[in-house]
Design a protein around this ligand. Structure first.
Ligand code: ATP
Ligand code: MG
Length: 181
């Protein structure tokens, strides 16, 4: 590998219907913190509900900065908020992501659940793509969530599809603290 190739940041996508997409992005974050990297995480859909990762990531400050800019699940689990509210939250997250990418202050920008926001039509696939085409060369961008758009998969350097083989949810089991949230 040439020095130029090593200096080129990657576009990494974790998608698919199996568990582990956000977990993989957080694992990558943990590894990068070990090298003193600066990481910005912007969560779409997810709100400031006390997911375990929120308090866990606080402990990795100041290297890691987290913003959860969603307002929760869309159209499921009792959500009755108008789609317009979800859309305006997603637009705010998108704008925050644009600024984070353009700032050149970070080594890695993680856009958690951005693919889901695209799939639900809260933002456009073209919006997702424009984030990575505009990125500073050295920046790594990680995009997670089911239903990654084909254009993103085509443009990315590294794509992993988590595939569900088994999940306790299928047996009616609730999510577990520390494992699922
Ligand atoms: P995680 O955050 O655990 O890495 P994920 O990012 O791959 O999961 P999401 O679609 O973001 O998956 O779903 C988040 C929540 O849904 C987590 O509580 C996770 O355990 C659960 N989940 C993930 N995959 C499945 C599945 N195939 N069936 C049921 N629940 C799932
Ligand atoms: Mg996830």
């Amino acid at each position: 590998m040439t020095a130029n190739e090593a200096a080129r940041g990657l576009v990494i996508v974790y998608t698919g219907d199996g568990k582990g997409k956000t977990t993989a992005a957080l694992g990558l974050c943990l590894r990068a913190v070990g090298h003193g990297n600066k990481i910005r995480i912007i969560q779409f859909i997810k709100s400031d509900w006390p997911y375990g990762e929120r308090r866990g990531l606080e402990r990795l400050a100041p290297e890691v900065e987290l913003d959860s800019l969603g307002i929760g699940c869309v159209g499921i689990l009792g959500d009755d908020k108008p789609l317009e509210e979800h859309r305006s939250a997603a637009m705010k997250a998108l704008q925050t992501a644009r600024e984070a990418v353009a700032s050149d202050r970070y080594d890695i920008v993680i856009l958690d659940e951005i693919n889901v926001a695209g799939h639900l039509g809260l933002i456009a696939a073209a919006d997702i793509l424009s984030l990575i085409t505009a990125k500073p060369t050295r920046l790594h961008v990680v995009l997670t969530g089911r239903f990654a758009p084909p254009e993103l998969i085509a443009a990315a350097d590294l794509v992993t599809e988590m595939k569900e083989i088994k999940h306790p949810f299928r047996q009616g089991e609730p999510g577990r603290k520390g494992i699922d949230f």
